[in-house]
Design a protein around this ligand. Structure first.
Ligand SMILES: NC(=O)c1ccc[n+]([C@@H]2O[C@H](COP(=O)([O-])OP(=O)(O)OC[C@H]3O[C@@H](n4cnc5c(N)ncnc54)[C@H](OP(=O)(O)O)[C@@H]3O)[C@@H](O)[C@H]2O)c1
Length: 257
């Protein structure tokens, strides 16, 4: 008997931060399971390349929609444009993220606010637009927020990032319990340390690299591909009874004392 529990054929996903790194890998993973994908980030060139590569690899439709998520006033318009071009959105993955590394006593308010806007406030606005869209269409939906180990604990110099990611987990749980009656499942994924452009400076620092390897029981940095399986689970029929959860994909980091 054919197993279709992970099949996303006929679904469309909007993925933010899809130009590179984790978002790019998740977009392709969802397309490999049958979904069409709308890709959002600032860099239009990166998005267009990603869209072409995903369509070439999977034969699914992929649209590039360049947008700066710090433009909070434009988020609703972005979602409406995506829903129009793709004729509906069924899965929302908020993966775009940014950080600033400064001791907390010195973090400029503008930097703090920008990180909160991109990582958290735009997630609220996208989720609101997506929730309205699903309810108006009378259809179920899936939201996946990309959190972090910072949903669980803090480390020095990244106050804005930590506040935004802990807030994202709070948003995930709140929406999950509010929107369960509408069959909109809301979950988060907490990646451990993953080798991407965002963490390149950290990987180049030998002391930090040693610290990551020592704290990760599986003994390596993750890859964007490591996040794809959980994302497909949470987007598919197989994840129908899962909501309000965070799944750490961290090589065992959060299990270690
Ligand atoms: N890598 C890790 O170890 C790790 C660990 C835990 C959590 N995470 C989370 O995973 C997510 C992806 O991280 P990554 O490592 O894949 O980072 P990345 O390689 O730097 O990719 C980030 C993506 O977000 C987009 N983005 C950044 N600012 C944006 C903005 N203002 N508007 C729209 N798009 C924006 C970037 O494109 P543009 O620059 O073109 O806009 C890019 O496509 C983030 O939320 C991050 O916090 C990463």
């Amino acid at each position: 008997m054919e197993n279709r529990r992970f099949d996303l054929t006929g679904r469309t996903a909007l993925i933010t931060g899809a130009g590179r790194g984790i978002g790019r890998a998740i977009a392709q993973g969802l397309a490999e399971h049958g979904a069409d994908v709308v890709l959002v980030a600032r860099s239009g060139d990166q998005l267009r390349t990603a869209a072409q590569e995903i369509t070439a690899a999977t034969s699914r439709k992929a649209w590039a929609m360049p947008f700066d998520l710090a433009d909070l006033d434009g988020v609703e318009r972005l979602f409406a444009a995506a829903a129009e071009v793709a004729r509906g959105i069924d899965i929302l993955v908020h993966c775009a993220g940014t950080t600033v590394r400064t001791p907390s006593e010195e973090v400029p308010l503008a930097d703090f606010k920008r990180v909160m806007d991109v990582n958290l406030t735009s997630a609220l606005l996208l989720s609101q637009a997506f929730g309205r869209h699903c309810r108006e269409a009378g259809k179920p939906g899936r939201i996946i927020h990309i959190g972090s180990l910072a949903c669980h604990a803090a480390r020095p110099t990244i106050a804005a990032y930590t506040c935004s990611k802990m807030g994202l987990l709070g948003l995930t749980r709140t929406l999950a319990v509010e929107w369960a009656p509408h069959h909109i499942n809301v979950n988060a994924i907490g990646p451990g340390y993953i080798a991407t452009e965002l963490t390149e400076p950290l990987r180049k620092d030998p002391e930090f690299d040693r610290w990551v390897l020592a704290k990760t029981p599986l003994g390596r940095w993750g890859t964007p591909q490591d996040l794809v399986g959980v994302a497909v689970l949470l987007a598919s029929k197989a994840g129908e009874f899962i909501t309000g959860q965070i799944f750490y994909v961290d090589g065992g980091w959060t299990a270690l004392i």
